[in-house]
Design a protein around this ligand. Structure first.
Ligand code: ACO
Length: 330
């Protein structure tokens, strides 16, 4: 039994200044603006400079989320960063952000769930708040996939961008209409090899050979994942609706992971939700992995699309394979 309810206090996001569009990519690999637009819905994406890393983006997004909320710095009592491209294998990116924010002595840790990381982190933060252990959990989704991109592989190098998004999961007052209604996370490790950064861990530590073979970059069999992306996001969304005696019509906004516009349209069609109720910004950011959902949510809130009291369904899918959804009243 939960003692309290958890709500999202605010969102914040940040993307690096450098923008790379499809025409820039035409100069790097054998691709065309037309292929990328029609097969993915992407036009441009943001890339970090040589000196920028995940914690720089995460810090800025966190700052924006805190400033957009009523929460004071010293009230934050836990930091969770979802990332697969942290500054280092260790220390965690959450610890680096903690120090940059001047919140020393607040516990901080990273979680790894590929593009579903932000949804996994929300699921976790909700439980800390609901059981009364924490009051204000800073949750960050950040990824810098441009740094682990194989620039000779046209199948993947056109897809990814860098970015960060953050939210604060806070204890809801009894008068609050805002609250996280339900979450669902799932995984199937049997398909992990379809989307993998093979080297750099304990299975294949970094060596001259692993670098020569590009094994520190993203390997993805995108067409094998495509259908399961739609299927699993649909299944987790429908399960949450069913558990809460709701239908897709009750949802004001679906905020899906931005991996491919065709996946998003396929999901909307299965859910029978018009695209006018789906938040899409893939054309500007590409796939920023665990940052796509908070980036899209923050933009839609700042554009006055999403308002307080709206029912949101967040849903994602990624490496692991992992997937999950969050149903909430903002
Ligand atoms: N430019 C031109 N041609 C290309 C490019 C490119 N950038 N990339 C691939 N092609 C070619 C292929 O070589 C292939 O050519 P062939 O028929 O001569 O062999 C053809 O296009 C079709 O290739 P497919 O891989 O079948 O293309 P598809 O339509 O499936 O699109 C894509 C590929 C965009 C990767 C898609 O499959 C997809 O989005 N998959 C899901 C990705 C996903 O959701 N991942 C999980 C989240 S990401 C994460 O966790 C980090």
């Amino acid at each position: 039994m939960s003692l309290y309810r958890a709500k999202l206090s605010s969102f914040g996001s940040h993307a690096p200044a450098k923008i790379v569009n499809n025409f820039d990519l035409e100069k790097i690999v054998d691709t065309t603006d037309e292929w990328i637009r029609t097969r993915t819905g992407m036009f441009e994406r943001h890339h970090c400079s040589e000196t920028e890393a995940a914690s720089d983006l995460a810090y800025q997004a966190a700052l924006n989320a805190i400033q957009a909320s009523q929460v004071r710095f010293k009230e934050i009592d836990l930091i969770i960063a979802a990332t697969v491209t942290g500054d280092h294998a260790f220390p965690s990116t959450a610890c680096i952000v903690q120090h940059k924010l001047g919140l020393n002595h607040v516990p901080a840790f990273d979680i790894s769930a590929g593009c579903t990381g932000f949804v996994y982190a929300l699921d976790m933060a909700k439980q800390y708040v609901e059981n009364g252990t924490k009051n204000h959990v800073l949750v960050i989704g950040v990824d810098v996939l441009s740094k682990i991109t194989n620039w000779e592989d046209r199948n993947t190098c056109v897809l990814f961008g860098d970015g960060a998004g953050a939210t604060i999961v806070s204890r809801a007052e009894s008068s609050d209409i805002s609250h996280i209604m339900d979450t669902l996370i799932d995984a199937d490790g049997s398909m992990g090899d379809l989307l993998i950064q093979a080297a750099g861990g304990s299975r294949q530590p970094a060596s001259h050979e692993t670098v020569d073979q590009n094994l520190h970059t993203v390997y993805m069999e995108g067409n094998k994942i495509f259908k399961s992306a739609i299927r699993s996001m649909y299944a987790s969304t429908m399960e949450l609706l069913k558990r809460n005696k709701m239908t897709a019509e009750d949802v004001d906004w679906v905020i899906p992971h931005q991996a491919n516009l065709r996946i998003i349209e396929g999901l909307a069609s299965k859910l029978k939700v018009p695209m006018s109720k789906v938040i899409v910004n893939i054309e500007k950011y590409g796939n920023t992995s665990s940052a796509t959902i908070p980036l899209a949510a923050d933009e839609a809130i700042r554009n006055n699309k999403i308002r307080r009291g709206d029912i949101l369904m967040l849903t994602s899918f990624g490496a692991g394979l992992t997937w999950g959804s969050v149903l909430l009243r903002y």
